[in-house]
Design a binder for this molecule. Structure first.
Ligand code: GLY
Length: 406
């Protein structure tokens, strides 16, 4: 019997065998679960000499039980998510110990506000940590860190192309003179925020220019996205659209599309220009139309090994969070469709198929970091947890009749 089960697992590969989400999602129960897992992680990080606040939980591989932590350096793009998780958990629990730990981990990222930009990830790093910290505490020192970091991010903007250079380090080795990745859409939020909170108004113009050029150049006619747009620095024109983390240049990498959905929702929020609302729906619809039954995407929608390809819970969490916001900008019928889709996604993610449960201290299993590099395949990854708890809090606010953003 055991042999048959093992044989079946090999044949099925990563097949989750999950079905249409069923049951009602209990948001408080899911947030209580996150609070419990957060405490487990804090306990795990404690050593005889205390917690090293410069070491951020990053991932737990499928065959592991404990967090692999990475030093908060300028190269570690995920270092802001754990402080962000702590801020969200504090927002829910009001636990003073969690607040203190959120402050401690957040502080480890201050250096980013006074060094030259390494790449575009400054928004992920500083807005998830300091941004949430400022939203909840109004600590003026946090505000200054965000404003300074936004100015740093703006140094990567190329006015000839009209977008931010996402990866300066890839210019020479890959001959990508000016490269912009879809993930970069998320980092516009910090620019918009800075422009309306005492920063240079030019930051708003940069963010809008980036969104416009990306809309024009980095999507196919069916509204699926290229992960990377490579531009000519003399003419500003697109040279080619390629992938870095997806299956192929022509495929829809799930998290790339998720960043697009989230990004254009934010651009609409900040500009109120209906063209972004329309575009956010278009990039969402092509994603929703092609989801498997449980609403959690395969890591790349065009991986030929589907249904045996791994899922990407992180993309599922990013999109659930984005759609809850998007739903509030639309008339009842359309808005409800997106809200219902988000609830279905969160219902699946909150099931035993995706929650780590007792097995490990992360919130979620089954994310894919970088398939072409064979790294973080079917793993727990900290950004999946970040967007999962963000989405749950957004849903809780909506259910209680508050604004989605808090
Ligand atoms: N920003 C890199 C990723 O989404 O994996």
């Amino acid at each position: 019997m055991k042999k048959i089960v093992v044989g079946l697992a090999v044949v099925l590969g990563f097949c989750m065998c999950t079905h249409k989400p069923s049951g009602t999602l209990d948001v408080n129960k899911a947030l209580d679960y996150c609070a419990k897992q957060t405490q487990r992680t804090l306990t795990e990080l404690e050593t005889d000499s205390g917690i090293d606040y410069t070491m951020m939980p990053r991932n737990i591989m499928a065959d592991e039980q404990h967090w692999n932590c990475r030093k908060a350096t300028k190269e570690e793009w995920c270092a802001g998510f754990w402080p962000g998780v702590l801020w969200y958990d504090y927002e829910y629990t009001k636990d003073k110990q969690v607040l203190e730990e959120a402050e401690n981990f957040t502080h480890s990222l201050k250096f980013l506000s006074h060094i030259p930009a390494y790449d575009h990830d400054l928004g992920f790093l500083v807005f998830c940590s300091y941004g949430n910290g400022y939203r909840l505490t109004k600590n003026p020192a946090y505000k200054q860190v965000i404003l300074d970091t936004a100015d740093t991010l703006a140094t990567l903007f190329n006015p000839i192309v009209g977008t931010i250079l996402s990866w300066p380090r890839e210019v020479e080795p890959r001959n990508w003179p000016h490269n912009t990745i879809m993930d970069n859409m998320i980092n516009l939020e910090m620019l918009f925020w800075a422009a309306k909170n005492g920063g240079n108004p030019y930051l708003y113009d940069i963010a809008v220019s980036h969104a416009d050029k990306t809309m024009k150049s980095q999507f196919r006619t069916d509204y699926t996205s290229y992960h990377v747009a490579v531009y000519d620095t003399i003419t500003g024109n697109l040279i080619k659209g390629v992938t870095h983390q997806g299956y192929a240049d022509s495929t829809m990498w799930a998290r790339g599309q998720a960043w697009a959905i989230y990004g254009y929702t934010v651009v609409y929020r900040e500009t109120k220009d209906p063209k972004y609302l329309d575009f956010a729906q278009k990039v969402t619809d092509v994603y929703l139309d092609r989801l498997p039954e449980d609403k959690v995407p395969y890591w790349d929608f065009d991986d030929p090994s589907i249904p045996n390809a791994p899922r990407d819970a992180s993309a599922g969490a990013v999109v659930a969070s984005a759609l809850l916001e998007l739903s509030t900008y639309l008339p009842n019928g359309t808005g409800k469709r997106y809200k219902d889709a988000a609830i279905e996604m969160l219902t699946s993610l909150s099931s035993d198929s995706y929650q780590s449960g007792e097995s490990k201290p992360s919130f979620l299993l089954h994310s894919v970091g970088h398939w072409p590099n064979h790294s973080e395949i079917d793993a727990s990854i900290i950004y999946a947890d970040y967007y999962y708890i963000e989405a749950l809090l957004r849903l809780k606010r909506l259910q209680e009749g508050y604004g989605v953003l808090g």
